[in-house]
Design a protein around this ligand. Structure first.
Ligand code: PLP
Length: 363
């Protein structure tokens, strides 16, 4: 086996050995008592991490599957209503596209890459319409540009102007690294994937879902089966899943949730903020600018503008010799930016190891 290369990319992120090991627990059937106990244990702890007393659906898929689920369960086929999507980079653009591919009418509010969606833009989009939108789709943390959108302020505008509009949040690269208060903010769907701030291997996705969503879903035809929230909720109530879940990943999740709660959620969020601060400082100290507009920088992934014109692929080639790996810019931002993830279980020592290796390359 070649030596392991530590991942500082925004998914899949580095996974600790003890979490990888938890996946080797002997297999059980998913229709027996031991599985029910495992699933109940996971559910109780997931609700703490999502700050909800409602329910957290668990899907054997990546987060993209729940994008489809959110569109199919929350948005009717009525073109007068449809979904309002904030677009500020590659992931938010793709979610809007996924809504359209599921036959939903999509209205977009678009900003340039590196900019955040502002509450007033949402205010204008809602006011420009006679009928309320069925739903609004917001990506909390746009991983392609390192932008964190002002979620609470956007939510306040929707609640004020269009209370019946369901609020759907992609928190794929923020949840468990940043507090996303589902019940406190009155959100309707908050979805995330296992391979980002949860620090697990890819393959599971989670969505907190409000009662309003299930009521809405009952009125909507053609929700499909695999991502039908009503079906998932029905089985969840019996601590089970409609189809065979990724049981090995659930063992890893159970273990990781224990570790997360032992660290303390507030401490976990502070650690993410601290590592983000260190990464921004490192960038400035080496003469790089940050790509996001000031005030909206992500706490989980830093998108650095390549203002020094370095060859990002050469940097990563060098980092590989030090058993480290960062991310190039996403799509059109390749070479113009590079991204450093500081999420999940990464520590200050991990970041210092990375900074010192990058400094050796730069000098
Ligand atoms: C990674 C990511 C996705 C896609 O999630 P998958 O688990 O790869 O399907 C969606 N949205 C954001 C913001 C992401 O960072």
């Amino acid at each position: 086996m070649t030596e392991h290369i530590k991942l500082f990319i925004p998914g899949p992120i580095e996974v600790r050995d003890s979490i990888l090991q938890a996946q080797t627990t002997p297999m059980i059937g998913h229709r027996g008592k031991p599985f029910e106990q495992l699933f109940a244990s996971v559910q109780r702890k997931l609700r703490l991490v999502f700050y909800t007393s409602k329910r957290v659906l668990v899907s054997t898929s990546s987060g993209t599957g729940l994008w489809e689920g959110a569109a199919r369960n929350c948005v009717s086929d009525d073109p007068q209503r449809g979904v309002l999507a904030g677009v500020c980079g590659a992931f938010s653009e793709r979610w809007a596209d996924v809504c359209a591919r599921n036959g939903k009418h999509v209205t977009t509010v678009t900003v340039d890459a590196g900019k955040a969606i502002k509450p007033d833009m949402i205010r204008d989009a809602i006011k420009a319409r006679n009928e309320p939108f069925d739903a609004i789709a917001i990506v909390h943390n746009e991983t392609s540009t390192g932008i964190m959108n002002p979620l609470a302020d956007i939510v306040a505008v929707v609640k004020e102007l269009s209370p019946e509009t369901l609020i759907l949040v992609d928190a794929v690269s923020s949840l468990a690294g940043v507090k996303v208060d589902f019940d406190g903010l009155g959100l309707d769907v908050v979805l995330t994937s296992s391979q980002k701030c949860f620090g697990l291997p890819p393959g599971l996705a989670f969505a907190a879902v409000s009662d309003r969503v299930l009521e809405r879903a009952r009125t909507i035809k053609n929700r499909g089966y695999y991502f039908d929230f009503i079906e998932l909720d029905k089985f969840l109530q019996k601590n089970n899943t409609p189809a065979t879940p990724a049981i090995s990943l659930l063992y890893a999740l159970d273990r990781q949730l224990d570790d997360m709660l032992a660290e303390g959620l507030d401490a976990r969020f502070s650690r993410h903020a601290r590592l983000a601060g260190l990464t921004r400082q490192w960038a400035a100290s080496q003469g790089f600018a940050l790509f996001p507009e000031p005030g909206y920088e992500s706490a989980t992934v830093t998108c650095v503008s390549n203002t020094r014109g370095i060859e990002v692929s050469a940097l990563n080639k060098y980092l590989a010799t030090r058993h480290l790996h960062i991310s190039d810019g996403y799509g059109a931002l390749k070479g113009k930016t590079f991204r450093i993830a500081h999420m999940a279980d990464l520590t200050e020592a991990d970041m210092q190891e990375l900074f010192s290796a990058m400094n050796d390359f730069l000098h």
